[in-house]
Ligand binder design. Structure first.
Ligand code: DX5
Ligand code: ZN
Length: 216
């Protein structure tokens, strides 16, 4: 399977974002993972669509926008206009899941659904033929640098089974590092988000190390 790496911007130096995004791109990242938090759905705040639009001009790799906001439907059009290539919405947020998928797809953007650690996979069943990505959170959303929740591995494995032959990417986010990477890949994940691990020290070395683990 083709494994993609999506460094999370949350761990970048926000005083030097352009520099850090260019470093991500230069080191062969497949996507930029952009965490959007509203201080309500999660107890942290990041940025809105205007900032994403400005950042979009700095690099060419696809923007994978993870919405951790209470009312995603209200903002989908604006994140699409800002240049998001993929938009993922939490199934726990307020706002009809079907309406969110429709709004994303209508803008020509790839739609994905996100599950927080306590949310069962079954909720995805009605939408499987309409989405391009499933994101399994391996920590409680809100902050970078948390530890991987071990129960996530079984959930990833079950999710890969649920996907079956459908062309849906299985993304994992939270606590992915040199120790947990192999476990999530073996369980069936194929899009790897990582923030604190990739940004600690030298991104080039860290990406190389990730690729080494991925290719066995
Ligand atoms: C957390 C965010 C993650 C975060 C991951 O809610 O969704 O994308 O940046 O950070 P690490 O890789 O440090 O766990
Ligand atoms: Zn994220």
């Amino acid at each position: 399977m083709n494994i993609k790496i999506a460094p999370s911007m949350l761990s970048a130096d926000f005083a030097n974002l352009e520099r850090d995004l260019k470093t991500i791109e230069k080191n062969g990242a497949d996507y930029l993972h952009v965490d959007i938090m509203d201080g309500h759905f999660v107890p942290n705040i990041t940025m809105g669509p205007d900032q994403v639009a400005q950042l979009r001009k700095t690099i060419a790799i696809p923007f994978d926008v993870h919405l951790m906001i209470t009312e995603p439907l209200k903002y989908i059009d604006r994140f699409a206009a800002a240049g998001a290539d993929i938009i993922t919405v939490h199934v726990e947020s307020e706002g009809e899941i079907q309406a969110c998928i429709d709004a994303i797809v209508n803008k020509g953007v790839k739609a994905g659904l996100v599950l927080s650690p306590d949310t069962p996979l079954e909720i995805l069943v009605p939408y499987l033929d309409q989405i391009s990505m499933i994101l399994i959170m391996c920590v409680y959303p809100g902050f970078g640098g948390q530890s991987y929740i071990p129960e996530s591995t079984e959930k990833i494995r079950a999710c890969r089974q649920l996907i079956g032959h459908r062309e849906i990417d299985l993304q994992v986010d939270g606590g992915i590092n040199f120790k947990t990477l192999k476990e999530v890949i073996d369980a069936g994940a194929n899009v790897i988000v990582s923030g604190s691990c990739l940004f600690k020290g030298d991104m080039k070395d860290n990406m190389r190390q990730f690729r080494k683990i991925i290719h066995g």
